[in-house]
Every structure is written in C-alpha cells, then in structure tokens.
Design a protein around this ligand. Structure first.
Ligand SMILES: Cc1cc2nc3c(=O)[nH]c(=O)nc-3n(C[C@H](O)[C@H](O)[C@H](O)COP(=O)(O)O)c2cc1C
Length: 453
C-alpha cells in the first residue's frame, strides 16, 4: 500500500516575533526584514524548492495587552506587534513561485463580506488558484475596542456570525456568476452574459447584502477554507465549512482524540472523514548530526524569551499570569479567548512556572530536535499514531529554519516515500485533495450555486 504523503505548511506572520518568541535577537535571524519584499520572496522560493504545500500566514487584529495589563512586554519583545497586513504579501510571493499555496488569515468580524469576497477572488485570480483563507473571528478585547465595540462578542456567537458570513460569501463566490457567464467575445461585443450573472439578496440576522459579486469567477471560486478552532462550537463550524484544520495539541494522545472528534463531526455534517486535512503545529530544529541539532537547540534557547511566550499565552487564554506567583494555582475560568487553549491549560493545572518551563523556545509548540532520521521518525510517528495529515511548521531562526528543513529533512522524508518528489499540477485545492478546483457537491457552499448540476 502506498504510504500517506505528509503535507507541509510553513507557519509565518507578517511581523517580527510570531510563535517562538525572542529568536529575532539571534545574530543569524532576519525576521526584522519582514517589511521588505525580498524577505518574503526569498522564503517563498525556499519553500517551493522544498515542495511545501503552502505558506500559512497568521494575523491578529488588536494587541496582546493581557499580561501585566499593558502592552509593554508585547512591544519590547515584538510579540506579533508591529504586524502588517498579510494579504498584501501574496502577489509578490506568487510572482516568484508556480505551485506554493498561500493560506491567509483574515478576521471576518471586522470586515464586510462583500468587500472581502472581492479581495479573495482577486488573489485567487492573481495566484491562479493558489489561495486559501484561514477563517478567524478574533479573541482579543483590544481588537473589539479598536474597532468601536465595547468588548468582544461572546465565544459561541462569534461562530454563529461566522456561519452566516460564510453563507453570504458562498452566494457571492458560487452563486452570483454562473459558469459560462464570462464570454469575452469581441466579435459579439459581449464580455459577460447578463442572463448568467445574478444579484445576491441576503437578509439575515447579522448581515444584509444585496449586490452582484464584483469579481468574475476565479479558478477555485471559494478559496481553500482553513480553520483552527478546537472548541465544541469551533469543531462544529469546521465540520460544516473547513477543508484544512490547524490544531495545536500538547501531546499525541490529545491530537488523536481531536482528529477523531473532527472526523466524526464531518460525517454528521454529511461530508466524508477525509474531506479535511488536519495539520498539527510543531517546530523542528534539525541538524546534520544529532549532536549538531542539540547544540543548535541549546543556542536557540539562549536567545528565546520564555516570558514573551507567557505574555502571548496570556492573550490566548485571557489570563494575566503577571498576577500569579510562580507556583500559585491559576484560575482559568471566565475567559472569552481561545477556549481550547484555556481548557488544555486548565486540565493540566499549568502554573506560571510550568508554562515558563514549557516555553523553551519562547512558544507553545513542542519542538522536534534531531538529525534528519530522528526528525523524520518523529514526524512519521505523529502521522501514523494520530491520523493527522501533516504539519504546520512554525519558524525559529529565519530563514535558516526553513532552509535546514528543506535541505536536511525533506530528502529523508522523500527517501521513505513519505513526501512528494514533485508538485501535482493545478490549484491549491486540487493539489491537496486530488479532486476538482472547486468545492465538491457535498460541501455547504454547493447549495448556493446557480446554473450547475
Ligand atoms: C494553529 C493555530 C493558528 C491560529 N492562528 C490564528 C491567527 O492567525 N489569528 C487569529 O486571530 N487566531 C488564530 N488562531 C485562533 C483560532 O482562530 C481560534 O480563534 C481559536 O483557536 C479559538 O477557537 P476555539 O475557541 O474554538 O478553541 C489560531 C489557532 C491555532 C490553533
């Protein structure tokens, strides 16, 4: 039987400190160059050389001001602040690559669906069908206040709004322009056939939209839909909409049960268990030898900031760890942030000391350290033992963490038959699912199509 090929996303953000905090101070790190096109085009080329499926670009609206009730640590350590717009990076990277996908995070709470629909369609055209959207609804009060709200919308209601938002988008992307609406017929002087372009009329609880989708149908129509919520309501949302799901499990056992629950929810939603690809977050520090990897890891640790990791986690959970003594029990109740992260911390009873211990590289993803064989063993065991499809690889020192992975680990995975040796042709969706460019008929979006079987 052919072995399951591991999927790989690089995980990055248009900012200095992303997940593994403090490493921007490492002498070889170049992440302060995030303001330049060269930084991004160079990385895109490296990832495509390594046949990565995608670059996943996180984003945050708002600032991390929960820790010590201010933004000081966030600014000092550059914890996702400053942060630039992720969508604007894509055309430059698409211009220097042929196959690399781009999963871009956009928080829908603060964007009008009518405008966001056009922005994604534009990118899907310009990338020739290589764009994905990581659907997030936000978890920061600072964002809500910056956008004119008194505070955040309640956790489950964020998902209710998102459900309706997606319905509006499906109408625009899938239903407004029929297949064949665009004729481009110079002789007949007909660009588009008026009989095949429809006005969307949506009057809902949260959104009212009446209008034609501004963009003509793009290769994938709906971008590949990514999602990362792991709460009960989050999984329900994923089961209806998501095609790729990011999880950040603290252990293989936790991963296995999340994967099982997600695939069960998918079947309940009328889809197939393998209609989603599940990616687990990890960091990898590979070396030419095991000793070199260990030495590199020790060196990275010297530059990492555990406190910055804690400040980031404070915002993720809504808990100000600055108020707690190192060994005092932490009250994780009552938060309105990332429910799954909070629950994990609560279940394990993590104190401030324990969290600081865990954040060796300044972040909460467990790192895999070793030579190519050891790293490949571990990645392989994660896939085989948990049912995930691949990894969301957070960066450490940039760009060497991607270069090391491509040069050292990719060939080992290929030798084992666990990784592709060439890209498949076509759109991101076609590459990920070996199916069509557009969503299958059993996906919720298909119900909004017009003029198709
Ligand atoms: C791997 C991963 C990446 C995420 N990236 C982002 C992001 O870029 N921006 C954001 O606002 N939230 C991000 N989140 C948070 C999720 O979108 C979501 O808000 C969170 O997981 C809450 O879901 P839950 O309450 O259903 O568990 C991410 C979560 C995970 C696990």
């Amino acid at each position: 039987m052919a072995r399951k090929e591991i999927l790989l996303n690089a995980f990055n953000m248009n900012c200095v400190g992303h997940i593994n905090h403090g490493l921007w101070t490492h002498p070889r790190d170049r992440s302060t160059g995030y303001n330049t096109l060269e930084y991004w085009t160079g990385q895109a080329r490296t990832l495509e050389r390594g046949l990565f499926d995608g670059l996943f670009i996180a984003d945050i609206v708002g600032v991390y001001d929960v820790y010590q009730n201010n933004v000081d640590a966030t600014l000092r350590e550059s914890i996702q602040l400053p942060v630039n717009d992720p969508l604007l990076l894509v055309p430059a990277m698409a211009a220097v690559t042929q196959h690399l996908g781009f999963g871009v995070t956009v928080n829908l709470t603060y964007e009008q669906p009518y405008l966001l629909a056009r922005r994604f369609s534009t990118l899907d055209h310009l990338t020739r069908g290589r764009v994905g959207w990581n659907i997030v609804t936000g978890y920061l009060d600072s964002a809500a206040r910056a956008m004119g709200l008194a505070g955040q919308i309640a956790h489950d209601e964020r998902y209710d709004r998102a459900d309706e938002y997606l319905e509006v988008l499906y109408q625009l992307w899938e239903g407004s322009w029929e297949d064949g609406a665009v004729r481009r017929d110079k002789a007949a002087r007909v660009f588009a056939d008026p009989g095949k372009v429809h006005k969307v009329r949506h009057a809902g609880k949260y959104y009212n939209v009446e209008g034609y989708h501004l963009a003509e149908p793009s290769p994938q129509r709906t971008p590949v839909l990514f999602q990362a919520g792991s709460s009960g309501r989050g999984q329900q949302f994923a089961a209806r909409h998501a095609e790729c799901v990011f999880i950040s499990p603290p252990s293989k056992e936790a991963a296995r049960s999340t994967v099982k629950a997600l695939r069960e929810q998918l079947v309940l939603a009328g889809r197939r268990p393998d209609d989603i690809r599940i990616f687990a977050g990890t960091a990898v520090v590979p070396g030419r030898t095991a000793a070199e990897a260990r030495q590199k890891y020790a060196e990275y640790k010297d530059y990492a900031s555990r406190e910055a990791g804690l400040a980031h986690f404070a915002a993720s959970t809504g808990v100000d760890f600055g108020k707690y003594d190192l060994d005092a029990p932490v009250d994780y109740g009552g938060g309105n942030a990332i429910e799954s992260a909070t629950r994990t911390a609560q279940q394990h009873g993590w104190t401030r000391r324990k969290l600081l211990e865990l954040f060796e590289l300044g972040g909460r993803y467990p790192a895999i350290v070793g030579d190519a064989r050891q790293v490949a063993d571990e990645l392989q065991s994660w896939v085989e033992e948990t049912g995930i499809d691949g990894f969301n690889l957070s960066r450490t020192v940039v760009p060497e963490s991607y270069e090391d992975f491509v040069d050292l680990v990719v060939p080992e995975l290929q030798n084992r038959g666990l990784y592709k040796t060439a890209y498949a042709e076509g759109s991101l969706r076609r590459k990920l699912f070996a199916g069509d460019d557009t969503l299958p008929a059993r996906h919720a979006a298909a119900g909004f199509r017009r003029g198709r079987d």
